[in-house]
Design a protein around this ligand. Structure first.
Ligand code: NAD
Length: 321
């Protein structure tokens, strides 16, 4: 795909910045929008010199005005890690609800196709494993994670309503844990937390007994899946993630091996409502998009570790807030 005009919200964040790279590289005109609440301009500063990239510093929970036509909107603005959305719960609810409403309104006005970034968190602490798109989830609306999970569930609902009621072309991606360069070391998620601790020579903290599982998808695989979903004609939610499941304890050991660090693994109590298992069923993505992840964990982890290691040493010492 080339020659399209695309708005990407959350452009200065981890996933948004990789999406900007991909669409700019293919010769599209990309407008990045972000209010920098959790993002970092350094993730996209290399794009500023390009003619086909523009940046708007704007809060998408407020009315969005973009001059000219748009072919596609990718709505990725939202705090995404528990450490962020627990700190800014109202903004999280607002960007999932009002921000999504504004983006859908813009899509309707511009007759653009919109893809919204939902999450495996809509499954909550799942009672079905692995999770298929048909599973309705097990979410505690008033638990600490509810602000994120319910905002995303509302996002899916209003997106579907714009599709059925207004005929807007919509796509919904349910993203499972993704990792790669430009994550933040201090975002509180397991992977950067482990790598940060290893880099600083601290013991690796595992919450609970470490038997809870996660499946980690490398960012390039995710971007490819999103790209294919955007160009597909499928309006219902699609899981994109890596079904290769690992326990957090085994994962901590992999990080130790990769970094050659001699520190220990220590255990702390599990946070409230922490999901015990997460693994996508990606049959739909395989069948509809001919997509499956290609990058194995060893290769992805190495690229991510090299990225973190390349950061100024002062940044390694930023502890989770
Ligand atoms: P991130 O925090 O790195 O990026 C989010 C970006 O959105 C940031 O740059 C932030 O400043 C911006 N933003 C937040 N609120 C905004 C607002 N009101 N107006 C404008 N910009 C705003 O997070 P990420 O990991 O890149 O996640 C991006 C999207 O993908 C989110 O919607 C998230 O829910 C979804 N997602 C991510 C993952 C993952 O593993 N990273 C998993 C599931 C879903």
């Amino acid at each position: 795909m080339s020659g399209k005009r695309i708005l990407i919200t959350g452009a200065a964040g981890f996933l948004g910045s990789h999406l900007c790279d991909r669409f700019v590289k293919e010769g599209n005109d990309v407008i990045g929008m972000d209010n920098l609440i959790t993002g970092d301009l350094r993730n996209i500063e290399h794009l500023f010199k390009l003619k086909n990239f523009e940046f708007y510093n704007h809060d998408v929970s407020k009315f969005i005005h973009v001059p000219g036509h748009l072919d596609y909107i990718l709505h990725f603005a939202s705090p995404a890690s528990p450490i962020d959305y627990l700190k800014i719960p109202i903004q999280t609810l607002k960007v999932g609800a009002l921000g999504t409403h504004n983006c859908l309104g813009l899509a309707k006005e511009k007759k653009a196709r919109i893809l919204v970034a939902s999450t495996s968190e809509v499954y909550g602490d799942p009672l079905v494993h692995p999770q298929t798109e048909e599973y309705w989830g097990n979410v505690n609306p008033v638990g600490p994670r509810g602000v994120y999970d319910e905002a995303k569930r509302f996002m899916e609902s209003i997106t579907m309503a714009y599709h059925t009621y207004h005929g807007v072309e919509t796509r919904i991606v349910r993203i499972f844990n993704t990792y790669g360069p430009r994550m933040r070391l201090n975002d509180g998620r397991a992977l950067p937390a482990f790598i940060g601790q290893a880099l600083r020579g601290e013991d690796l903290t595992v919450f609970g007994d470490g038997s809870q599982t996660r499946s980690f998808c490398y960012v390039d695989d995710l971007v490819e899946g999103i790209y294919r979903l955007l160009l597909s004609d499928y309006a219902k939610p699609v899981n994109i993630g890596n079904p290769n499941e690992i326990s957090l304890k085994d994962f901590a050991e992999e990080v130790l091996k990769l970094t050659g660090s001699k520190v220990k693994i220590i255990y702390k109590p599990l946070p409230v409502d922490d999901p015990k298992q997460r693994k996508p069923d990606i049959s739909k993505a395989k069948q509809l998009l001919n997509w499956e992840p290609k990058i194995d964990r060893a290769a992805g982890l190495k690229k991510t570790y090299d990225y973190f290691k390349s950061l100024p040493e002062a940044e390694w010492s930023k502890q989770p807030k």
